[in-house]
Ligand binder design. Sequence first.
Ligand SMILES: Nc1nc2c(ncn2[C@@H]2O[C@H](COP(=O)(O)OP(=O)(O)OP(=O)(O)O)[C@@H](O)[C@H]2O)c(=O)[nH]1
Ligand SMILES: [Mg+2]
Length: 226
Amino acid sequence: MKVAIKEDILKEEDRIGARNREVLHKHGVTAFNLIGSPGAGKTSLIEAAYRQLLGKAKIGVIEGDLASDKDTVRLKKLGLEALQINTGRGCHLSPGMVEEALSDIPLDLIDILIIENVGNLVCPVSFHLGEEAKIGLVSVAEGDDKPTKYPLLFREAAVVILNKIDLIPYTDFSREAFYQGLRVINPTIPVIELSCRTGEGVGEWGEWLIGYCQNLYERMKPENGN
Ligand SMILES: Nc1nc2c(ncn2[C@@H]2O[C@H](COP(=O)(O)OP(=O)(O)OP(=O)(O)O)[C@@H](O)[C@H]2O)c(=O)[nH]1
Ligand SMILES: [Mg+2]
C-alpha cells in the first residue's frame, strides 16, 4: 500500500515535470538542472555561463536553497533574470516548485533556464523538473571519489563539470582516480575541467551549453519527426 502511494506521488511529479518542459518549449527555452554539493561552485558556474554567452543567448535562473536569497541577489547584480525558491527543510527542488516559479519568470525574454538545485549529490537526481539535461558539478575540494560514492548523478547527467582545478596543486586530488571511478559509472560522459576562479576552461563550458541547445533545436525541427 505504502509503495503504491509513493509510486503515485512520483508519477504525479513526473507529470508536472513534463508539463514544465512543454511550457518551456512553447517559449523556446532550454532548461538545465544543475546539481552539485554545497559550495562546489554552482552559482559561480552560472556566472561564468552568463559571461560566456553574453550577446549569444540570454540566461534566466531559478535558485534553490533551503534559506536566504544570497545567490539570487548575486546573480541579479550581474544582470541575470533570477528567482529564488527556499525549500525550508527540503533537500531538493520539486517539479511543483518549479511550475510555480515558471509563471514568475519572463520566459519570452530568455533562451536558457538554469535551475540551480539545492546543494546535494543525491536527492535532486530523482526529480525531472522540466529540464532537457542534468549537469553534474563536482569540485576538486570535495575529493576524487565522488563518482564512486554518489553514482546516481554521474549516470544521469549529460555532462560532468570538474570545478576548482586551480586547487589541484594544493590538494591530494588525483585526476587518475577521479576518471577511473567515473568511467566505471559512466564510460562515455563528457567532462569539462575548469576553474571559475581563474577562468581556465570556462570557454569550453560556454561552448557546451550553446552546442547542446543547437543540437536540440536540430533534433526538434518538424522535418525530423518531432
Ligand atoms: N578556488 C576556487 N574557488 C572557487 C571556484 N569556484 C567557486 N569557488 C568558490 O567556492 C565558494 C562557493 O562557490 P559558489 O558558487 O557559491 O558555490 P555553490 O555551489 O553555488 O554553493 P551553494 O549555493 O551554497 O551550494 C565561493 O567562495 C567561490 O568563490 C574555483 O574554481 N576555484
Ligand atoms: Mg549557489
